[in-house]
Design a protein around this ligand. Structure first.
Ligand SMILES: [Zn+2]
Length: 452
């Protein structure tokens, strides 16, 4: 008798739990704002790689599952044949003016000192939902960059703070007393949600050393700021006899620090015998991170191809987009080059999502985990004949190319140039076909799904 009661109570508890789970699931399902249906989801953070629907609710990832019923969503987008990945993270990008004088457009100095940053939201065209400004601004100029760009961008913008207080492009990059580790760390502590690390770049690459300009001044001061603020340092570096690359990556850099521009021409990563320099593996064992930082002058197939063939792939891919190269570069181009060199698609996605998220200590980003902000890229892999270029004006031919088809940031479709989410114009609802009355400038749209 006793055991019968226990069993009955147990049965009732299970029944109740099942019932409440069902009703809450239905309630939740009814509130899906958007379902991306039929795509091949790749989410390396969750080891997910297969055909799955992705549902979005209130700006967050609500479900990643097979066959989410279409009638449970306010909006369904058919992404069959496409890849659905976490929104990409480009950790080397430039926004803002970089310390360039505000009267730049009328200044006679404009041919030498120009605003460096490009429109942040252009990154959405490449499936990027988070970008990290790589030291365009320093302690003195960050607030302006924040007010002018970061606070208004639709793409999420984070930043490495330049160790130079004035920033990257105001003409003070070589002034060592501009590199104040205390002020740098204070600024980072003031904006912990935005500033993720320190940046040093372009320091004293060819002039003779003097009392002010000692070989490691910029590196040492950036490291000091990194220690004070407990954040990683990103290095743009030029080796010289008194300041070698081996010393940077084997002695100066701390675990978690990032060397960007790893395939630039100035680094001895491939030895004369064609083998990858063993210091690369040694540095990785120490926890040093290597980032691509393609840029206008930092990507050479003569380094990249032998390195990739021998299994050395940068931990993260990034563009180093700025006003000098925005017309030839994008995250899609960068990732396509690695696909064309033979890096598998899921690994290419990993190095553009979860890896950079970890590098900047933001594990909440670069994943499709349920509950995270719904930052999503929809990508297409094309097959054919494609040419790719490097910074030495050499070409590599490939047979694969990645194209961004749609970008969702915090649940909103912000980029959809081929209309995946839109109705065919002939099937549009009546309001689309109305001609506004004179004096009425309200635009009649085919679709009221919330966009930008
Ligand atoms: Zn850069």
């Amino acid at each position: 008798m006793q055991s019968w009661i226990k069993a009955s109570v147990g049965f009732l508890v299970i029944l109740t739990m099942t019932f409440s789970r069902d009703t809450s699931a239905r309630a939740q399902a009814a509130h899906y704002d958007l379902v991306l249906k039929g795509g091949h989801a790749i989410d390396p953070a969750n080891r997910l790689d297969g055909v799955m629907d992705v549902a979005v609710s209130a700006g967050k990832i609500a479900a990643v599952a097979q066959d989410i019923p279409a009638n449970q969503a306010a909006k369904v987008v058919n992404v069959t044949g496409l890849y659905v990945t976490p929104g990409l993270i480009d950790i080397h990008f430039h926004v803002g003016h970089g310390g360039a004088p505000l009267d730049w457009f009328t200044s006679e100095a404009r041919s030498h000192i120009a605003p460096l940053g490009i429109l942040a939201d252009t990154a959405l065209h490449s499936g990027v939902t988070t970008l990290v400004d790589a030291g365009t601004a320093g302690a003195d100029t960050f607030v302006q960059e924040k007010a002018e760009v970061i606070d208004h961008a639709k793409v999420r913008v984070l930043a490495f703070l330049n160790i130079v207080a004035n920033g990257m492009n105001g003409g003070l990059e070589q002034t060592v007393n501009q590199m104040d580790a205390q002020r740098c760390a204070e600024t980072i502590r003031r904006y912990p949600d935005i500033i993720v690390g320190v940046k040093t770049a372009h320091y004293w690459t060819s002039d003779p050393w003097d009392a002010e300009h000692t070989p490691w001044a910029a590196v040492d001061r950036a490291e000091e700021c990194g220690r004070l603020a407990n954040v990683p340092v990103m290095f743009d570096f030029w080796p010289r006899p008194e300041r070698t690359y081996a010393d940077l990556i084997l002695k100066k850099m701390r675990p978690g620090d990032i060397h960007t521009h790893v395939f630039a021409q100035q680094f001895p990563i491939v030895l004369p015998n064609g083998k990858i320099n063993p210091i690369m593996a040694e540095a990785r064992e120490r926890g040093v991170i290597f980032d691509l930082g393609h840029g206008e002058g930092s990507f050479w197939f003569r380094n990249a191809v032998p390195a990739v063939q021998q299994g050395f792939v940068p931990d993260s891919f990034s563009t180093d987009l700025h006003t000098g190269n925005f017309n030839v570069l994008s995250m899609m181009e960068v990732m396509s080059k690695f696909l064309a060199m033979g890096v598998p698609l899921d690994d290419t996605i990993r190095r553009s999502t979860v890896n950079p998220a970890r590098e900047i200590h933001r594990p909440d980003l670069g994943t499709l985990s349920v509950g995270r902000e719904a930052d999503i890229a929809v990508l297409e892999e094309l097959h054919g004949h494609f040419g790719y270029i490097d910074c030495g004006y050499a070409r590599m031919d490939g047979n694969v190319k990645l194209v961004a088809r749609m970008t969702v940031r915090a649940g909103r479709i912000l980029y959809d140039p081929s209309g995946l989410s839109m109705v065919e114009w002939e099937k549009a609802p009546p309001q689309y076909f109305t001609t506004p009355a004179l004096g009425n400038s309200t635009r009649a749209k085919a679709d009221d799904y919330p966009r930008q």
